[in-house]
Design a binder for this molecule. Structure first.
Ligand SMILES: C[S@@+](CC[C@H](N)C(=O)[O-])C[C@H]1O[C@@H](n2cnc3c(N)ncnc32)[C@H](O)[C@@H]1O
Length: 255
């Protein structure tokens, strides 16, 4: 793909697979084309590996976290289940939202919670909001522990951020679909992998082997889940699309 930007004439030309798109630089389309490339370059440079939340590294694009905050503010879940804890930044982030909302608890699952991360999460001021479970997210034993934590009629939101192969995400979607409440979401993160197969730190196999492939297969077999981009709660722009590492991530349970 070739992009030519002229900041004197204020034009942007993109040529991809023989197709030419010409637009004003200062336009919705101009912003979308630049953002898509910015996202790929930023991922390669590990931009998402530069943030903390309340002292813990959080491996996320800030826009994704602000959009999640909008979803959680609207939904007001009783339980937020997240697979993939790593350093603990995201479970602490969700716990802080629970504290601010005056409701909710967080369940964090990881196959390998490093001792120093476990101590940091357990010693954190928000630790009372968090239950950690160690094990593979799709293991029977882990799923039983999750089930024990969720009380009847609790509103449950599930975020899948562990192993991002198509096979594992598809298996997680199947394992966690019954935990999600009607009207709530399963969020299968990091679908950006589908666009990263040609960046230096990426892998060719990601073109097919990625969370979006799993999501598409899952929705084709589970008609009670639909793919949505949650509504922005404020928008005084003409923009409509999230700038995200989580494309096609939000699966809303309809019944
Ligand atoms: C991308 S990191 C999670 C980032 C974290 N959610 C955050 O926002 O900072 C992925 C994590 O998934 C964990 N993981 C990998 N395979 C897993 C599996 N089968 N079950 C549970 N966790 C897994 C890894 O140990 C790693 O800590």
């Amino acid at each position: 793909m070739k992009i030519m930007i002229d900041t004197v004439k204020n034009t942007l030309i993109q040529i991809e697979d023989g197709q030419k798109i010409e637009t004003e630089l200062y336009s919705k389309l101009g912003f979308e084309i630049i953002s898509k490339l910015w996202n790929k370059v930023g991922w390669n440079e590990k931009y998402a590996y530069t943030f903390t939340w309340q002292g813990r590294p959080i491996i996320q694009l800030p826009e994704d976290m602000i959009r999640m905050q909008e979803v959680i503010y609207t939904l007001r879940p009783d339980v937020i289940v997240e697979t993939g804890v790593a350093h603990g930044g995201s479970v602490i982030y969700y716990a802080s939202l629970c504290k601010l909302l005056g409701k909710g608890k967080v369940v964090g699952i990881d196959i390998d919670i490093r001792p120093h991360n476990k101590v940091a999460i357990q010693d954190h001021v928000l630790s009372s909001y968090i239950t950690l479970i160690e094990g593979s997210s799709t293991e029977e034993k882990v799923l039983k522990e999750v089930a024990k934590i969720i009380d009847e009629n609790e509103k449950v939101l599930v975020i899948l951020d562990s192993n991002h192969t198509k096979e594992h995400v598809l298996s997680e979607l199947e394992c966690y679909k019954n935990f999600v409440s009607v009207g709530s979401y399963m969020v299968a993160t990091d679908g950006v992998m589908q666009d990263l197969y040609d960046v230096p730190r990426g892998s060719r196999v990601w073109k097919e082997n990625n969370p979006v492939s799993a999501i598409k297969e899952f929705v084709s077999k589970n008609a009670n889940f639909i793919l949505v981009q949650p509504k922005w709660l404020f928008n005084e722009s003409i923009l409509t699309e999230n700038i995200t590492h989580w494309p096609m991530a939000f699966l809303k349970k309809m019944k």
